[in-house]
Write a new protein. Sequence first.
Length: 350
Amino acid sequence: MARALELARRGMATTHPNPRVGCVIVRGDRVVGEGYHQRAGEPHAERLALSQAGGAARGATAYVTLEPCCHTGRTPPCTDALLAAGIARVVAAMEDPDARVRGRGLEALRTAGVAVDVGLMEGEAARLNRGFISRAVRARPFVVAKAGISLDGRTALASGESQWITGAAARADVQRLRAVMGAVMTGTGTIRADDPRLTVHEGAPRQPLRVVVTSSLAIPPDARILAGDADLMVLTTTDGPHGDRLRASGAEVVAVGGAPGQVDLAAGLGALAARGVNDVLVEAGPTLLASLLDQGLIDELRLYVAPMLLGNGRPLADFTLAKLSGARAWRYDEVRSVGRDLRLILTPET
Ligand code: AOF
Ligand code: ZN
């Protein structure tokens, strides 16, 4: 299973919206077939491993990082392929949360007389597909908020200058992170202040969907985010004349409602999930970040802390607490150095 997970990770940046899945077929003490899912529409891990194993699959055990599917999607059911090949035992790391499967794949195998075990290395498997699971179970993507901050929690000087607070190694780390996310999200404040492109460096296998949250639709016509060949989605409250201008420049404009001046963020995330986005990287300023935090919509905080003090600058998130007892607690999941900076990964304390 460890090998199957390693194979699955090769699809890290390319399987969207599908899960990352690896499969290893073992006969006796010999690996006779290996496969991993590469791209939606292309064969599932199980089929690739089976075709490598050929006749040696008869009586063998298949280790799969996700329950084999039993439905016809873009490709036919893997349960049929496993049965046809004469696989005797299937070990799955976890059940498939996809509504079309949810245990029915394992059930079909059991009914046909295959020995089935589930749960081996489940934690690792679930982590690998946390976005896919989030979309299947909560109908919204897994949301990671990222920021580069100073020791005193500033993301820019009072003048707005922010390039660069973190070092080259931290910025390269962010590029790698963007490359495996379904979407990258920001707000109009950041567009005006930093004019980011939000793309992944050249040579990346794919570009994440870029998402701008804006109640006013007032994205400057010369904003760099409007150029470039990566897809752009604009989430807004209600459509308006600016919407047509943005559509003309190639953006997809989606009105999700909300109070005046407040895009309904939960609905926006729902719209992203409906479009097949498993995970979102939020690279936003203090206003959008405060709204997401306030609504409990951030699943992971990833902070790159530069060894400098910036004094009276822009805060990470713009909110005021009445009482210290009202502060939400986060848990440090990881603390490590990246170049000259620190990388902190935090999740909400439950
Ligand atoms: C994958 N790769 O290796 C496995 C998957 O539209 P399809 O035919 O590609 O089906 C996608 C679904 O198949 C996916 O949501 C998941 O439930 C199941 N298993 N998917 O992309 C794989 N084993
Ligand atoms: Zn399948």
